[in-house]
Structures are given as C-alpha cells and as structure tokens.
Design a protein around this ligand. Structure first.
Ligand SMILES: O=C(O)C1=C[C@@H](OP(=O)(O)O)[C@@H](O)[C@H](O)C1
Ligand SMILES: C=C(OP(=O)(O)O)C(=O)O
Length: 432
C-alpha cells in the first residue's frame, strides 16, 4: 500500500474535538458527479450551457481544463455560474486527470471525438486506478489509443473527429465510471452505443442512474430497461441550464457530526427531487441512530449521541464507506460492511487504508476481500495518514469529534472535492 509521492506540500491538521452537540446550518458546494457530467455534456452539445452553483474543486477544475484544452469554451470565473460554449474539439492537447476517476474515465471518449492527438496522465497513484476495460471498449468502438506506459496511463488518444460506435461488451465491476464515460459521449458516436456489462456486479448504481438522467435531460435517447445493458441513440445534445445540487457525499461527514455529538445539521438548498442517493443515505443514517428529515429549510440530520452498529451491503454507495466506518468505530455494537471490494481501486486502497489507520488508533477492525468488520472499543489519539484521499480526511475528522488528538498528516487532500472542508469543519465544531 502507500501512494506515490504527491507534488502538493502536505498540510498537517489536528481534528477538533466537540465539547457540545454540534448545531449547524450549512450551504455546501455542488455535486462533483453532477458538475463533471454537466461539463462533459455541455462541451458535446450543439449550443451553449450554464452550470448554476457548480463544484469548484480540483476534480472539476481539471475537468474544465481538459475540455478547454480540446477547444471547448469553458468559463469558470463566476463561482455561481459557469458557462460552456461548445466548439469543434481538436488536438494536440494534454489532459491532466489528477487523481480524478471522473476525468480519467469521462474524457478519453470525448478525446476520441476530437480531431488530433490527446495525451492523458495524472498523479502518480492514478496510474494504478482501473482503466483497462474502457481502453479496450473504446478500441472496439473504433478509437485508436496508444498506451505509452506500463499500465493504463499515460496514454494517447489518436482522435479522428468521429467514433463509429456500436455494440460493446465491458466488465465494469471495477467502476461504474467505465460505463458512464462511454454513455456520456455516445450520442455523438455515428451509431450511438449499446454497452453490455459482463462480470461481477457493477457498483454505484445511483451514479449510473444519474448518467442516464442527465443524458436524457440533454436530449439523448437512452434505454436502460434491461439490467446491465445501456443503449444510447446517436443524435444531437442540447445546451441547457444545469442546476447543480449540493454534494451529498461531501455532506455526509457533517451529518455524521450530528450523530456523534447528539446535534443537528441542516444542509440548505437541498432539492425536493434529487439525482443523488438520498434515500439510501437516509436509511443508513436512520439505522445508525439518526433522524433524517426534508423540509423547506433543507435536509436535516439529528442525532442522539448514541450511534448503532450497522450491517450493510454498501455497493450502491461505496464512497460513503469511509465516514460510515468512522461512525461504526463510535457505535454501541459491531458493524459489518460488504459489497465494496471495488473501493480498493479508489483514491487509495480504501479498505486497507481504513484498517491500517484505525488499527493505529487502537481499533478492532478486520479487512475482508469486499468490506470491513468493526468491533467498537475505546480509541486513542494519534497520527492518521490520509493517502491523498479526501474521504480518509473526512473519516478522521468525524473520529476526532469524540477522540482527542487525531493528527492528520495531510488535510490538503480535501481540495479534491471541497477545498473549504477544514475551515467549514472547524467553524461547525467550534461554533465560530
Ligand atoms: O460517476 C461518478 O461520478 C462516481 C461514481 C462512483 O465511482 P465508482 O463506481 O468507481 O465507485 C463514485 O464512487 C465516485 O466518487 C463518483
Ligand atoms: C471515488 C471517488 O472519486 P473518483 O471520482 O476519483 O473515483 C470519491 O470521490 O470518493
């Protein structure tokens, strides 16, 4: 385990401990997943688009820069409203994917539609994240790709301005993004696409539903009525005004603070109908002892200060595993999480990282092939390494509410999806 060296200087941080129940009303940044999809669909559309309240963070800025490098006009100077004016896509260009799964998997299909060469690379660790099935699928749909390194990245897409498309079989058990990437660009393929998944289950079903929903909102004809098969008709995408919802996964550590401290946290600006898995989250937090309500004020989570253990298959919501693990550490009974073997291929091997760092604080935690088993017992303060993983930092922050002296080696990794995390968190905990 252990990520390769990052270029960004690390930012040590001591997680604040809560002396009182946390009470906060928060306005949080936009959804990473919606911002990424809206940028891609807008760059491929026939007319201009706007993104209201997008996420400004490393992943989405890299997405904007990647599309801009291929010729799209993407203006992100206004925090509240980004503008995208499509323009014929051309190479040569270089796309820095950082550590972003969305950029590494959504942009290569777009590059196949560009006329010219587009090179891709990113942080050292991203080269280990699964990409092979997407490369193979794109090749079988008519895209020329040179893999120049020993793994999947770095690579060069030799775009010709068009992709034939058609039927393709893919094993997307490592990441739903392998399918989303193909679908988002597919309306612009000559024959559209029929993607058939064959293999162990595809994780993150809600993210695939978001892809289909946003494609349809942009005017694409998508058939997802057969399990594990997605068909996208060729046709123009329309430019539109995208309303980006607050990021639910980014809100989860704040909601967890309500459970741990017996407080109340409200996320403002939550829509009545959401593209994110709010019902799954509600059920998980309620089973752990929280109360989740939606009102005109927003989405509110209340806790009692007593957290219950949880046995759950988290395959739909793998990115929540880290904060739920922190909650499970503070629970009144054991927890068993399954269905998340694929998060070993996220920003770091998350199961190994969680087991290692929580063990270092005195936890009784066992890593299984596809999950974790946690038997709560008192934890002690100590160093918690984050491995460039924003959600490891979120987990450590939640633990620090109840355990004094949790020292993160680097909280700067939260810039991947929420640069303001340390400031927002400290303000919420200290009430200042
Ligand atoms: O499509 C998306 O926006 C995402 C899909 C999921 O990826 P995996 O299916 O690889 O888990 C999720 O974990 C990631 O944070 C965002
Ligand atoms: C898995 C995640 O990110 P990525 O989009 O880089 O896969 C995540 O944000 O938890």
């Amino acid at each position: 385990m252990g990520n390769l060296t990052a270029t960004r200087p690390s930012q040590p941080w001591t997680a604040p401990t809560a002396s009182d129940p946390v009470t906060a009303t928060l306005r949080l940044p936009g959804s990473k997943s919606m911002t990424a999809r809206a940028l891609v669909l807008s760059a491929l559309a026939a007319g201009p688009s706007t993104l209201a309240r997008p996420l400004r963070a490393r992943d989405t800025e890299l997405m904007a820069a990647g599309l801009r490098g291929m010729g799209a006009h993407v203006s992100i100077s206004d925090d509240e409203r980004w503008l995208v004016r499509p323009h014929p896509l051309v190479g040569p260009a270089h796309v820095d994917v950082g550590l972003a799964g969305t950029v590494m998997r959504f942009v290569p299909p777009v590059a196949g539609l560009a006329d010219g060469q587009v090179t891709f690379d990113g942080d050292p660790y991203v080269r280990t994240r699964p990409l092979g099935p997407l490369i193979a699928a794109l090749r079988s749909l008519g895209v020329r790709i040179d893999v120049t390194g020993s793994g999947s990245l770095p690579l060069t897409v030799l775009g010709t301005g068009r992709i034939t498309g058609g039927e393709v079989v893919i094993d997307a058990s490592a990441s739903s993004q392998l399918v989303s990437g193909l679908l988002l660009a597919a309306p612009r393929f000559d024959r559209g696409v029929v993607v058939r998944h064959v293999g162990p289950p595809v994780p993150s079903a809600p993210h695939l539903r978001m892809t289909v929903q946003m494609l349809r909102a942009a005017g694409a004809a998508v058939d997802d009525s057969t399990p594990d098969v997605w068909a996208v008709e060729p046709g123009p995408l329309t430019g539109r005004a995208w309303e980006i919802e607050p990021d639910l996964s980014g809100a989860v550590p704040f909601f967890a603070a309500a459970l741990v401290t017996g407080g109340e946290v409200t996320l403002q600006g939550w829509p009545h109908s959401s593209a994110q898995p709010v019902e799954q989250l509600r059920s998980l937090l309620q089973r752990m002892g929280g109360e989740v309500t939606l009102s005109t004020d927003g989405l509110t989570v209340r806790g009692t200060g007593v957290v219950h253990g949880l046995t759950a298959d988290l395959s739909d919501v793998g990115e929540l595993t880290l904060v739920l693990t922190a909650l499970a550490m503070l629970a009144d009974s054991p927890s068993v999480f399954t269905g998340v073997g694929h998060i070993r291929g996220h920003e770091t091997d998350r199961l190994a990282a969680l087991a290692r760092e929580f063990s270092g604080l005195g936890a009784d935690i066992t890593e299984t092939p596809d999950g974790l088993e946690i038997r709560p017992r008192p934890l002690r303060g100590g160093t918690f390494r984050t491995y460039q993983d924003h959600r490891m930092a979120h987990a450590a922050a939640v633990t620090g509410l109840a355990v004094p002296g949790i020292e993160l080696d680097d909280v700067g990794c939260t810039s991947k999806t929420m640069p303001e995390f340390p400031a927002l968190w400290s303000a919420m905990v200290t009430g200042k």
